[in-house]
Write a protein that binds this ligand. Structure first.
Ligand SMILES: Nc1ncnc2c1ncn2[C@@H]1O[C@H](COP(=O)(O)OP(=O)(O)OP(=O)(O)O)[C@@H](O)[C@H]1O
Length: 277
């Protein structure tokens, strides 16, 4: 079921078109990535979807109705790039203050458990580490039991363990509660968490599909042979059968081999002719 759609969404700042005619469909219960380099227009899209800024043209459709943000503000949670929480307040106060604003707050105990907040519950938000803060930011955005969670660059600057943890929890939440998640990222690895990826570059939507679909459309499989004499050769391959043919032919000359699908790096390179970072 379609939860949120944009039709030809466009935003200009002066004579710069930051978001150019972008149409997206976000299905209920899915994890969707907006992937693109710095300045691609990802935050501007999110800011229009959460009502921070108005589009110059285009439509936003929520739950089947052409809408403006006022109609669905209560249905969304947002985690911004920079935190908006009060540094002088404790984690508890930051989260509980917010919970009072909503008619159907989520079970706070569950959030504390899921995001491992017990040990920092009474600590001032300002004294937390980056990873701890991010966990609190997300927990707070979920306090209203939103249908849709927006995360703008959720793991920029975080260490790999914290990133992995955050993605595990988000995936669990999605499976348990049917939460729909839209996130922006310029980490290619991170986009692979998504069910569906929109690739944005210079304000334009340049490709969209699942990870596998993108790999299939925009990359080839890679076969690397390591020979008994110590040399190696890497080649692009159209199909498994072609790889098997080569391996069969080279059988007695090779020591080892690696066969892998193209990566999201290859996808981005093939689409734009440049690396994302
Ligand atoms: N308020 C503004 N006024 C003028 N230009 C803006 C404004 N906000 C964004 N832009 C420009 O619009 C373009 C898209 O910016 P945006 O922040 O949406 O990119 P992004 O993909 O989110 O980048 P990043 O990954 O660095 O956050 C950029 O060229 C940016 O400079």
């Amino acid at each position: 079921m379609k939860l949120l759609q944009t039709v030809a969404l466009t935003k200009r700042f002066g004579n710069k078109t930051a978001v150019d005619n972008i149409s997206l469909t976000i299905d209920q219960g899915k994890m969707v990535a907006l992937l693109g380099p710095n300045g691609a227009g990802k935050s501007t899209i999110i800011n229009m979807l959460i009502g921070m800024i108005q589009p110059n043209s285009g439509q936003i459709i929520f739950d089947g109705k052409v809408t403006n943000i006022g109609d669905y503000r209560m249905e969304i949670g947002v985690v911004f790039q920079g935190s908006v929480l009060d540094k002088k307040l404790t984690v508890k106060d930051n989260i509980m203050m917010r919970s009072k604003m909503y008619s159907r707050p989520v079970n706070v105990k569950n959030l504390i458990e899921k995001f491992e907040l017990k040990n920092i519950w009474k600590q001032k938000y300002g004294s937390l580490s980056g990873g701890q803060r991010r966990r609190v930011d997300i927990a707070r955005a979920l306090i209203s039991s939103p249908k849709l969670l927006f995360l703008d660059e959720p793991s920029t600057g975080l260490d790999i363990q914290t990133r992995t943890k955050i993605w595990e929890v988000l995936d669990e939440l999605r499976k348990d509660t049917g939460l729909t998640i839209v996130f922006t990222t310029h980490y290619l690895e991170e986009s692979q968490n998504a069910d569906y990826i929109y690739i944005i570059d210079q304000g334009k939507l340049i490709a969209e599909d699942t990870v596998l679909g993108l790999q299939k459309k925009y990359t080839k499989n890679i076969l690397k042979l390591t020979y008994i004499n110590g040399t190696s050769k890497t080649m692009t391959i159209d199909s498994k059968d072609e790889a098997l043919g080569i391996l069969f032919e080279e059988d007695t000359n090779i020591n080892d081999f690696e066969y892998r699908p193209g990566t999201m790096d290859d996808v981005f390179m093939n689409l734009t002719g440049k690396y994302i970072r």
